[in-house]
Design a protein around this ligand. Structure first.
Ligand SMILES: NC(=O)c1ccc[n+]([C@@H]2O[C@H](COP(=O)([O-])OP(=O)(O)OC[C@H]3O[C@@H](n4cnc5c(N)ncnc54)[C@H](O)[C@@H]3O)[C@@H](O)[C@H]2O)c1
Length: 339
């Protein structure tokens, strides 16, 4: 049973602790500066509470490290994990800022960056993976349009917004990675629109809650990503890949297969799932299984810090496009977005 050091004991760490157990591994040590959070998770996992992140990672029992802390702490913890030479899985985003992501990859080097598993768990969702595999296998011929819809049920607490890095870097980052994983041609331009119509307070904090990004690949495929911080009917997560020979879709799974056929509810389906813990539950377990398998075999991680950097690059381009009110043409991840 692989022993894991879990950094953080918040919302995501709790999801990962359950997935670690489901994947047949165990949480050996936990660190979170909020003692109450650490204690609660230690109780359910049987892990030892460490006095610091360094101590939790250094425990001789610990064979792998998982970072599920606030985004602005990822890099410091990653630097330490990489220096220990233990396999590490870090939650998305790689860092709170693009500059930090770029500096991290430059500092550790590409080879080490490919050994850092980046938690873009949606790649391991069965429906989304089937779209990707189908496109790659040529089932719809040439891919012409890719539409990714991602809407949260409700905005996060307002205090989350300033630490999040903004919608593109915090939320749409998943969709940028998803697009990259499906496409086989480079993205050459990014055009963003955004507004704060769900909660004007989000706008006052300098962020947006409603966004659309259009990207173009070198071979002419058009990608549209739609994000909203609010969705009245649940967690709306869909992908549509349209090509010359047809369309592949990953739709919202329902809470059950129940459907009602009455005068009031003609052909009404069961509701969709509420949020990421339910919707993507199996993908977190699949992610951990793959992480442990690659760690055991000493292989590069199939989704890694280079992917984290490239998604951060697209997020940065989207933020620059929104600010400038113009399309941003991409030249490579060393691009400078300063005005
Ligand atoms: N992949 C996904 O589906 C998904 C979903 C939600 C959040 N996330 C990501 O997971 C990360 C955590 O988000 P969350 O929703 O759990 O936030 P959260 O605020 O609930 O939890 C973060 C925890 O990290 C702790 N922490 C802060 N600094 C620390 C440090 N130096 N060492 C150890 N612990 C520290 C905090 O005290 C807090 O308990 C974020 O990077 C977020 O972007 C990913």
């Amino acid at each position: 049973m692989t022993a894991i050091a879990l950094m953080g004991a918040g919302r995501m760490a709790r999801v990962h602790a359950a997935a670690i157990a489901a994947a047949g591994a165990r949480v050996a040590t936990i660190y979170d500066p909020v003692a109450q959070a650490a204690e609660a998770l230690a109780e359910t996992t049987g892990a030892r509470i460490a006095a610091s992140a360094a101590e939790a990672m250094a425990d001789p029992q610990v064979e792998a490290i998982m970072i599920a802390t606030s985004s602005d702490t990822h890099i410091e913890l990653l630097d330490h994990a990489v220096s220990l030479g233990k396999p590490v899985l870090c939650e998305k985003p790689l860092a709170a800022t693009f500059a930090e992501s770029r500096d991290f990859v430059a500092r550790v080097g590409e080879a080490a960056a490919r050994r850092v598993f980046l938690g873009f768990n949606r790649r391991f969702d069965r429906g989304h993976a089937s779209v990707r595999e189908g496109v790659h296998a040529g089932r719809i011929g040439r891919l012409e349009q890719l539409t990714i819809t991602s809407r949260d049920p409700a905005p996060p607490p307002l205090e989350y917004i300033p630490r999040s890095g903004g919608l593109f870097r915090d939320m749409m980052i998943h969709d940028f990675d998803m697009a990259r994983s499906i496409l086989s041609s480079d993205i050459v331009s990014v055009t963003a629109h955004g507004s704060s119509i769900v909660d004007p307070d989000i706008g006052r904090l300098g962020d947006i809650d409603t966004a659309s990004v259009t990207m173009l690949t070198r071979d002419g495929t058009i990608i549209n990503i739609l994000n909203s911080r609010r969705c009245a009917f649940g967690f709306d997560q869909r992908i549509e890949a349209f090509g010359e020979k047809g369309m592949l879709m990953s739709d919202n799974p329902r809470q059950s297969g129940f459907r009602a056929f009455t005068a009031e509810t003609p052909g009404t389906d069961a509701p969709i799932l509420e949020f990421f813990m339910e919707r993507y539950g199996p993908s977190y377990t699949a992610e951990i299984r793959l992480f442990l398998e690659c760690a055991r075999d000493g292989r590069d991680m199939p989704v890694n810090a280079i992917d984290g950097l490239m998604a951060a690059y697209l997020a940065e381009a989207a933020a620059a496009s929104l600010k400038r009110g113009a399309t941003v043409h991409l030249t490579g991840p060393d691009q400078d977005f300063a005005e």
